[in-house]
Write a protein that binds this ligand. Sequence first.
Ligand code: ATP
Ligand code: ATP
Ligand code: MG
Ligand code: MG
Lengths: 228, 228
Amino acid sequence: LVELKQVTKDYRMGEISVQALKDIEIDIDKQSFVSFVGPSGSGKTTLLNLIGCLDKPSSGEVFVNGTAVNTLSNKEAAQFRGQYLGFIFQNFNLLPVLTTYENVEYPLIMVQNIKANERKKRIMHYLDAVGIADQKDKYPSQLSGGQKQRVAVARALVTDPKLVLADEPTANLDHDSAFKIIELMRQMKRDFKTAFIFSTHDPKIVKEAEIIYTLEDGKIVGKKIGAS
Amino acid sequence: LVELKQVTKDYRMGEISVQALKDIEIDIDKQSFVSFVGPSGSGKTTLLNLIGCLDKPSSGEVFVNGTAVNTLSNKEAAQFRGQYLGFIFQNFNLLPVLTTYENVEYPLIMVQNIKANERKKRIMHYLDAVGIADQKDKYPSQLSGGQKQRVAVARALVTDPKLVLADEPTANLDHDSAFKIIELMRQMKRDFKTAFIFSTHDPKIVKEAEIIYTLEDGKIVGKKIGAS
Ligand SMILES: Nc1ncnc2c1ncn2[C@@H]1O[C@H](COP(=O)(O)OP(=O)(O)OP(=O)(O)O)[C@@H](O)[C@H]1O
Ligand SMILES: Nc1ncnc2c1ncn2[C@@H]1O[C@H](COP(=O)(O)OP(=O)(O)OP(=O)(O)O)[C@@H](O)[C@H]1O
Ligand SMILES: [Mg+2]
Ligand SMILES: [Mg+2]
């Protein structure tokens, strides 16, 4: 499903080069709940961005669903993302000029040509599942931090993607709201075989993982089978 | 130190009025670690904004350090904040055109007229204490989520404020980074008698609290003495 071979990622800052990822080797085959953990700054978001086709490695190859995504043009990457992926951003990235409902509707219109009544059914299903149906007409600036986070979650899931990249999806949520999200993801894994790759500091999510990769300073320093 | 009397906060949305806070009564006297907990959307950020003079109640009074802050003009509120308060925002609110060092330096220049070498000592002290001294020349767009959060923490503390409002200050942090922050705050309470009011979902922070207020749907539904 996801494969990384000899992947590195450097950021150039004037004369200096920051090595955000060093010599990454990953092979995610049939596991559908994979979690990356590690200290702040260890490279989790950078790694998710490479798998999610939002960025390219400095060297090495990234395969998703058989496609060498590091070779795609920007246009092809956007198309690939729209078709197969869902991305929950660490800072949400909601469109400020769209309401909750419109933000979640956006990927359905942009990429998937779904009829209006079918769209509405789907959007309301996911808004209900994450507990923010009553916020559907508000703009992001009128939402609490955890409400924005849940809009980001609903938007990533509404297209029923093959693979969801979730960057700290519960960071701003209380216990109960977090469990709603986890339950929704469990249900999608069961019913649609959706695969999830998390970057997280939340032990509630790590507990669900089948495989846990530990990152430190841009390197993978550990890989273990989850308790679930 | 902080007193709220019959405070309400409504947000008007066209014809509808959202009651974000209803009939809030709070008296925080000598406790220096107070935590607000409650579900996403229950009103924690709204409450912190009122105490931190960033917003005004729809009715009722808010007293901080004896001053009726709900009666201050915008200019007076800004001055009051600069003199007594530190605020850690849920979404960080870093200035994108300033580096880490400059973001933390900002309140020292704007409000407190501290000499250059004394400023440098202080800034480096707090950057070290939260673990991001090596990120001092980067811009916010070049930082990880948890690094941005720690810049926000350092900036709020660098002026040695009387009262710190911390809105989910550890949401994006791993265990060890979160404990660095908690330890720094404990030390400031001990050495400077700094008072802290948290809004948080993090049990590590709630464990430190002397008083825990529970919010639900804009109301205070519980108040208990902390375990510490
Ligand atoms: N400008 C606004 N207009 C309308 N409603 C608002 C506005 N700002 C906040 N609200 C609503 O007020 C309620 C309380 O918001 P608040 O941000 O205080 O919650 P919170 O407890 O901090 O939540 P979280 O844990 O998710 O950060 C929410 O239901 C939110 O949607
Ligand atoms: N555009 C950039 N330029 C320079 N350095 C960068 C850039 N983007 C990220 N970095 C650095 O790369 C490292 C890894 O960042 P990344 O965002 O992947 O960390 P993370 O594991 O997601 O951290 P967190 O848990 O805090 O979110 C960090 O040290 C960060 O400062
Ligand atoms: Mg990150
Ligand atoms: Mg909040």
